[in-house]
Design a protein around this ligand. Structure first.
Ligand code: SF4
Length: 349
């Protein structure tokens, strides 16, 4: 049974910070804050719709849950907790800042059946954290992760890719440090520069230069493979599409199917590398039906890149294969194990 969330957005309420990239009201799409009745209504509705609730968490997303006024946090937790237990939902999931985690907070979360805590780490480079006015350090992330794990909560980390003063190497360094912290899950958010933020100002003044879009797709492809090989689930890749985000984008890496672009890139890299290593010119690529668009690529970009590399291929359907399981000329290909430069041009034309 797959994990699912009953999502409740807490928005910007109570967050005493204003990070350079954040326009929380735009992201959540609402300025309304939920109260206990809203939590009960949303949970009741989900309760009647989800048959097996044992892998479902009630998830408070959007703001910094443990930075909201304590009474308000308790109001939400109490309402959600009514829906946790035997034959009910599995637990509560929250997202918060690393500098709003301490033993008192964790005692409260424990009492109300919180099972998973996601921390917005964003970067594990102090210079990047400071430049983006996060108001916490790498050390805060390390300490919070240690405490969360000691209490036995499931740990999730969120990172942003391409922030002001970051670089390809700094992102890989953050990825390596995240792997060392060994969270259960990771969310990767390539930066989207939103109207009304400090990043938008820096971008408009030419002080903040973005890496090319394709570079960030490559970077994310490499990170997804490394996280998967470290048995860390990548549960989100790119900001979810909503009109409110789309209408407020100034620059950055927003794409409604960002995750597909990255998985497509992973598959292209591994196919080309396999062809080079095995000196193949003709490829019979077997995949399940669901993987067709990812293998052919956005606007057939992968097929074009394969052709440009001087290779010929047939795409064959084989529904005995699972998602991301590929066979080339009958051999299984572990697409997440093959990273790096295949020795051929991989950027789709
Ligand atoms: S901590 Fe989170 S909610 Fe608060 S300003 Fe930063 S990104 Fe926005």
């Amino acid at each position: 049974m797959k994990h699912s969330n009953v999502s409740i957005f807490v928005t910007h309420v109570g967050c005493p910070h204003l990070c350079a990239f954040c326009n929380q009201r735009t992201i959540t799409g609402t300025a309304e804050i939920p109260h206990a009745d809203d939590v009960r209504r949303i949970c009741c509705q989900a309760y009647s719709q989800i048959a097996d609730k044992s892998q479902t968490e009630i998830a408070f997303f959007g703001g910094s849950f443990t930075a909201v006024p304590k009474d308000y946090m308790l109001e939400l937790l109490e309402a959600a907790n009514e829906f946790i237990g035997k034959d009910k939902f599995k637990g509560i999931r929250i997202s918060t800042r690393p500098d709003y985690i301490n033993e008192d907070v964790l005692d409260i979360l424990n009492k109300y059946n919180v099972t998973s805590i996601e921390l917005g780490a964003q970067s594990l480079c102090d210079e990047v954290l400071e430049a983006n006015e996060r108001g916490h350090s790498e050390n805060d992330v390390n300490n919070a992760c240690k405490l969360i794990k000691n209490y036995g909560f499931e740990l999730g980390l969120q990172m942003m890719v391409g922030l002001y003063k970051s670089s390809y190497e700094r992102e890989l360094e953050t990825m390596r440090k995240i792997i060392a912290l060994s969270p259960r899950t990771v969310r990767i958010y390539p930066v989207v520069v939103l109207e009304g933020t400090k990043l938008a100002q820096l971008y408009n003044n030419n002080e903040y230069k973005l890496m090319p879009f394709e570079t960030v797709v490559d970077l994310c492809a490499e990170m997804v493979c490394k996280f998967k090989n470290a048995e860390i689930d990548v549960i989100k890749l790119g900001l979810h599409s909503s009109e409110l985000v789309q209408n407020n984008v100034v620059a950055g890496y927003y794409h409604p199917a960002f995750s597909e672009l990255v998985y497509s890139r992973i598959i292209l890299t591994s196919i080309l590398k396999y062809a080079v290593d095995n000196k193949l010119k003709m490829l019979d690529i077997s995949i399940c039906n669901r993987d067709h668009s990812i293998v052919t690529g956005h606007k057939r970009s992968n097929l074009n890149a394969i052709e440009k590399a001087g290779l010929k291929c047939n795409i064959l359907s084989d529904n005995t294969l699972n998602r991301f399981e590929i066979k080339i000329n009958g051999d299984y290909l572990d697409v997440f194990k093959i990273t790096g430069d295949p020795g051929l041009q991989v950027i789709p034309g």
